[in-house]
Design a binder for this molecule. Structure first.
Ligand SMILES: C[S@@+](CC[C@H](N)C(=O)[O-])C[C@H]1O[C@@H](n2cnc3c(N)ncnc32)[C@H](O)[C@@H]1O
Length: 929
């Protein structure tokens, strides 16, 4: 078997029988076990054992010996589906009630058996607060056989899309629960993508009591995964979020300019930091069985130093009294306890492990290990003295007398068989005092293979191993070969399939670590270059001590980029350092006012040649007074409405496409970051979108984005109407609802606009036709502008379609006519009265207060003004055209809203003693056509 082919056989290469053909067509294997039950129809049997894995974890004594079989057996079973209800939403209680009544009641006391197999009934996780996390366990085939399961599955998918629930592995929900986030906290999620924990952190931030005055910075090193992060956080509609793209170990340490804490804190620090670091991921074996065949000790060993660097950076970024949660989804002590122990060593008493044994008592856990062993490819070592002879080992991996005295038992390890989950490791650290000084950088200087003797010995070992392998399948030889195949597999694997929750595969991360280091070097060099260029521009006398200057600058640049602490540069104090400090003082003097001078994009654009900023759009405060005045006037926004004062755009163009609203805490970060060190991928919540109106009939060129509506709603005094419940349902269902003829607008273009757009007399007729056709064009425009959100509107006809033969077009039109449902119309007197005041353009439909109250759907003024979608009153962004009204929400959101109203109506009817059928009929009653 060639090296490149080793993937299939790698995991199973230890027990003989290699070379057998597997079900999945790959070579190799040793009769390795197959997982027992397909989760999906396209499920492929996979290798679900690995001798090295078992040998390693038995050697680490990771699981009590009497539980070993249960531990291993559970790793071979598919993971149950778990999901979490967004706890801050006003619908949370209703969702729980719905799960309990609509779905759970259908499961009787009797066991549910499908195809002879008893299935576990969906149930809340006992340890998660308020029944907000649920578990269910069935395959796709079973799902299809029991309608209630299928219905439940659809329900989860839909609610997940709209942000009401999040599908997330049970143990992955644990770290945020231990971070103890409060609304005023500044939170940093250092390795955040795809963002399920970030979402939890945001929930906690907005979870009260009181408004969320803090923020969550969600960071990830992988730019593509940052997009996942943006998507995930977008579902929360929080203005208190920033998404950044940095190597966490180099996350910028910003100078603190906030007047209230400027004296006390030199740097802008965080109250809570989550280090959910990249890891070898063997705790996710149940959802990513592919890890079985890729597993090897090199994965964990290779990630140890990155994990350490990230956590040490977090230690610098945390404020005294703050909390840091370190977590991994691996069982491996080298990535777990060893990292924690080294962090405690290096921070010299500034950090303490917190005893959280009384928190979440129903969550079963094992204490962290006080002692562990270190293994390279072949050999176990107990101490660094021995380990120096090993391959690619670091002293920081080993326990020692100092770590013996640390309360490492306060760490928590979650094993899969304890509560039918994945595996996880979590610990809570608190910063109890300032760091004594800059933390010693993590280098590879002490790596074992750096010594000549170790290298020679390593070669000898490898030769011996090869000889052993050639002679027969001796354990050592097999292990060595396994590792070699594993390397090949890693290389071959590249960006291989990501596990379900898209945690970064270990090997990928290991490879990335190296790339990251190179990138970091590049970035540092770029910063140096940039600073050196600045130096060049300085007056002649400024060049007296160029070397010292460059050194000082290098120190500062490293500090800015996080590579090293600022103090390092500070040690080379000299004329230039002092001079630079004076300049810095000027730069960092006062917190700049919110306005064009802040991150105006100029600095970022100037740096476009700098790899640090490549591909990152500028963040530009939007302060176009003319447009803002138009928005205020059009929507009747009170002068104290915070939204127009806190908008950012991602381009410097005069009328940017999208405007995001950012909370004061996010604005503070943007203001503090005077050197634009942060690479910002996303900020706040999209509140406005440009809606070009070529006719010039709409005085405000920005329409409200549904995501940002909750933040605007309390301030919106114009362009709003309250349809009846039936009308609202019709709007949601038909998406485009007609206005009676008397209420249609017969607006003509202002002369200037008409001239500008070269209007012909025929346009009047076109306008009439448009009104007749229910403003199809406007709908399309709305749909197109809705873009990523809705994605379901028919696109405007392209030139090609227009050129299609007339007969074909006619046929298509006929088909479209047939497909059309009867046109709904608005007819309620109050609605029409209100609509008289709503001019053409964007507007908002709200439930009438009495309906919201009777249906218990959250009336205005009831929410917490947090601006969160889940906490907002029932409202829809719409577009009023000449003859009809369109909605500007996605089909999924509309479906969810329909469901909520229908359900609330049925409940109300049931309360009133109406039979369910009558209630359902009432809910479905069509609006007058
Ligand atoms: C375990 S996953 C994080 C999962 C995430 N916390 C969640 O709950 O959805 C680890 C993440 O670290 C990112 N990563 C890898 N190296 C990194 C680094 N040096 N700095 C920051 N993030 C890094 C990966 O891109 C990956 O998204």
């Amino acid at each position: 078997m060639g090296r490149g082919r080793g993937r299939g056989g790698r995991g199973g290469g230890r027990g003989g029988g290699r070379g057998k053909r597997q079900w999945n067509g790959s070579e190799g294997g040793d009769g390795a076990e197959r997982s027992v039950r397909p989760r999906t129809d396209n499920w492929q049997p996979a290798i679900v054992s690995n001798g090295l894995f078992e040998e390693y974890y038995k050697g680490q004594d990771i699981c009590p010996p009497e539980e070993w079989d249960a531990f291993v057996a559970s790793l071979k079973r598919p993971l149950p589906i778990t999901f979490r209800i967004n706890g801050q939403g006003k619908f949370a209680d209703r969702l729980v009630a719905r799960l309990e009544s609509n779905f759970m009641q259908q499961f009787t006391e009797e066991p549910v058996v499908i195809d002879g197999e008893e299935i576990e009934k969906p149930h809340p996780l006992a340890w998660y607060p308020d029944k907000l996390a649920w578990q269910m366990n069935f395959s796709r085939a079973q799902l299809r056989k029991l309608p209630v399961l299928e219905e439940l599955h659809e329900f989860i998918k839909r609610e997940n899309e709209t942000g009401s629930i999040t599908r997330q592995e049970a143990v992955s929900m644990v770290p945020p629960l231990f971070l103890d986030v409060e609304p005023h906290h500044r939170v940093l999620d250092m390795c955040a993508a795809p963002g399920s924990k970030t979402f939890q952190l945001l929930e906690a931030l907005h979870g009260g009591p009181g408004p969320a005055t803090g923020l969550v910075v969600a960071n990830d090193a992988d730019a593509r995964r940052c997009n996942l992060l943006t998507h995930q956080t977008k579902r929360m509609c929080s203005p208190n979020v920033l998404v950044t793209n940095h190597e966490a170990q180099a996350f910028p340490l910003l100078r603190n300019l906030l007047p209230e804490s400027k004296e006390a804190e030199k740097h802008f620090l965080f109250d809570r930091i989550l280090c959910d670091v990249p890891c070898s991921g063997d705790g996710t074996l149940r959802k990513a069985p592919d890890i079985w065949r890729r597993w090897g000790t090199a994965n964990g060993n290779g990630l140890h130093s990155l994990q350490l660097k990230i956590t040490l950076r977090a230690c610098e970024l945390l404020r005294v009294g703050g909390r840091l949660v370190y977590s991994t989804c691996t069982f491996n002590p080298i990535e777990d306890e060893a990292v924690v122990a080294e962090v405690l060593r290096r921070t010299k008493g500034a950090f303490e492990l917190v005893d959280v044994s009384d928190h979440l008592p129903l969550l079963r856990r094992l204490p962290g290990k006080q002692r562990w062993r270190v293994k390279d490819r072949n050999t176990w070592f107990d101490t660094w003295e021995e380990g120096q002879k090993g391959i690619k080992l670091d002293p920081t991996m080993f326990p020692d007398e100092e770590s013996d005295k640390m309360p490492l038992h306060r760490c928590m390890r979650f094993l899969p068989h304890h509560q039918d989950t994945g595996g996880f490791f979590v610990c809570v650290l608190e910063k109890v005092k300032e760091l004594e000084g800059p933390l010693e950088p993590v280098t590879l200087d002490h790596r074992s293979t750096r010594t000549k003797e170790a290298k020679a010995e390593q070669r000898a070992q490898q030769q011996a191993a090869k000889a052993g392998a050639a002679e027969g399948p001796a354990a050592e030889g097999a292990a060595a070969e396994g590792a070699t195949a594993e390397d090949a597999a890693v290389k071959e694997e590249g960006d291989g399939a990501a596990p379900m929750e898209a945690e970064a595969p270990a090997e990928q991360a290991a490879v990335k670590e190296e790339q990251a280091e190179v990138k970091q070097e590049e970035e540092r060099a770029a910063v140096k270059e940039e600073r050196a260029a600045e130096v060049k521009e300085e007056p002649a006398e400024a060049k007296e001590e160029p070397e010292a200057e460059v050194k000082a600058e290098a120190g500062e640049a490293a500090a800015a980029d996080g590579g090293k602490s600022e103090g390092e540069g500070g040690q080379k104090v000299g004329y230039w350092k002092r001079r630079r400090e004076a300049e810095q003082e000027a730069l960092y003097g006062e917190l700049p006012e919110w306005g064009p001078a802040i991150r105006g994009g100029a600095a970022t654009r100037a740096k476009e040649g700098n790899s640090r900023y490549r591909g990152v759009d500028p963040v530009v405060p939007y302060v176009d007074e003319q447009q803002l005045a138009a928005m205020r006037a059009f929507y009747g926004l009170a002068p104290d409405c915070p939204v127009p004062h806190a908008l950012i755009a991602r381009s410097t163009e005069a009328r940017p496409k999208k405007l995001h609203y950012v909370s004061p805490a996010v604005r503070d970060v943007l203001r503090v970051d005077v050197r634009e060190q942060l690479k910002i991928i996303g900020a706040g919540v999209k509140t406005w979108e440009r809606q070009d109106d070529k006719d010039g009939l709409v005085p405000c060129c920005y329409r409200i984005a549904q995501d940002g509506l909750p933040a605007l709603l309390p301030h919106l005094t114009k362009q709003r109407f309250t349809p009846t419940v039936d009308e609202l349902l019709a709007l949601l269902e038909h998406r485009n609802v007609a206005l009676p003829a008397a209420h249609q607008l017969h607006m003509t273009k202002p002369a200037a606009a008409a001239a500008a757009t070269d209007v012909t007399a025929d346009e009047a007729a076109a306008d009439a036709a448009e009104a007749e056709a229910g403003e199809q064009q406007q709908q399309e425009e709305g749909g197109a502008a809705e873009g990523e959100q809705a994605g379901a509107q028919p696109p405007a006809a392209t030139g090609e379609q227009q050129a299609a033969p007339a007969a074909q077009q006619q046929q298509q039109q006929q088909q479209q006519q047939q497909d059309k449902k009867p046109r709904a119309a608005l007819g309620d007197a109050l609605t029409l009265e209100q609509l008289k005041l709503v001019t053409m353009g964007c507007c908002v439909a709200l439930l009438r207060p009495e309906d919201a109250a009777s249906l218990d759907l959250g009336a205005e003024g009831e929410g917490d003004d947090s601006g969160l979608a889940a906490a907002a009153p029932f409202s829809i962004a719409c577009w009023r055209g000449r003859a009809s009204i369109n909605i500007l929400v996605s089909k999924q959101e509309a479906a969810q809203m329909i469901e909520r109203i229908t359900e609330a109506r049925a409940k109300l009817a049931a309360k009133a003693g109406q039979p369910a059928a009558a209630a359902a009929a009432a809910a479905a009653e069509p609006v007058a056509a």
